[in-house]
Design a protein around this ligand. Sequence first.
Ligand code: SAM
Length: 281
Amino acid sequence: MLALSKLSDLPPLKDLLIEHDLWAKKSLGQNFLLDPNITETIAKKALINDRVVLEIGPGPGGLTRGLLNHGAKQVFAVEKDVRCIHLLQSLVSASEGRLHLIEKDALKFKLSDFVTEYSLDAPFHIVANLPYNIGTQLLLNWFKDLDWIGSMTLMFQKEVAERMVATPGTDAYGRLSILCQYLCMCKIIMHLPPSAFTPAPKVHSAVIQLVPKKLSDEEKKLLPLLERVTALAFGQRRKMLKSSLKSLLKENEIEALGISPTMRPEELALDSFLKICKKLI
Ligand code: SAM
């Protein structure tokens, strides 16, 4: 292989995949983005200029190249597949010290350890085309460490992204909508068809951007309660609140909050869920 000194000298991703005989593994959710127009657009929309970026699952590095091209100060990329780690070595050289690979399972990767190990003193930004099978779990894990995070620009299955931004009264509205919207400003910034990926998945995708809100300590303390109340309410989605929340509140207590006990959870806005949580403190 030639010594490559610049990002612009790198061969197309397709050539690298062939050279390294790297074929997508379904078990690792590998649906690669090989079109630089797409990866450059995502990187451009991410809020990363001169920022530290954490990328989960760089794969063959298309999005990683975009992040480096669009001014990321440093990119730390966590990848489980050692084949990708080998393939990415030419990008590490071309990045001139800005790309750091971390061979690890993202589910076991603790943000607090990351901040300590690399002595980060400002919030970092997470950007990722996430493996669909673990995407939601990763996001819920990161919700516990939002103080470190400046923004998250993440690819999900379209229906999952739509649940995050859903409003009351819609089918997509549920626990994920409430938790995301309590903690973050959320918007879908891009839709992608299956044909954008190699191999093409069966589903459509969307990139969502989540910017953590500045919550007070009091507001942060409500999170475990909000998790509990929404789990109970949406665990029995068809039931009225007086029935699904009966282990927490009596019917008249719900009514005293100005909430009808006969409502179903999908009719209830975030504010009403917060009223319930505050009553339980
Ligand atoms: N970022 C690349 C792109 O856009 O072409 C690849 C995205 S692909 C959807 C998901 C990537 O996450 C793959 O590279 C896969 O190997 C990696 N991955 C899957 N499970 C992982 C895990 N538990 N921890 C870290 N990386 C993982």
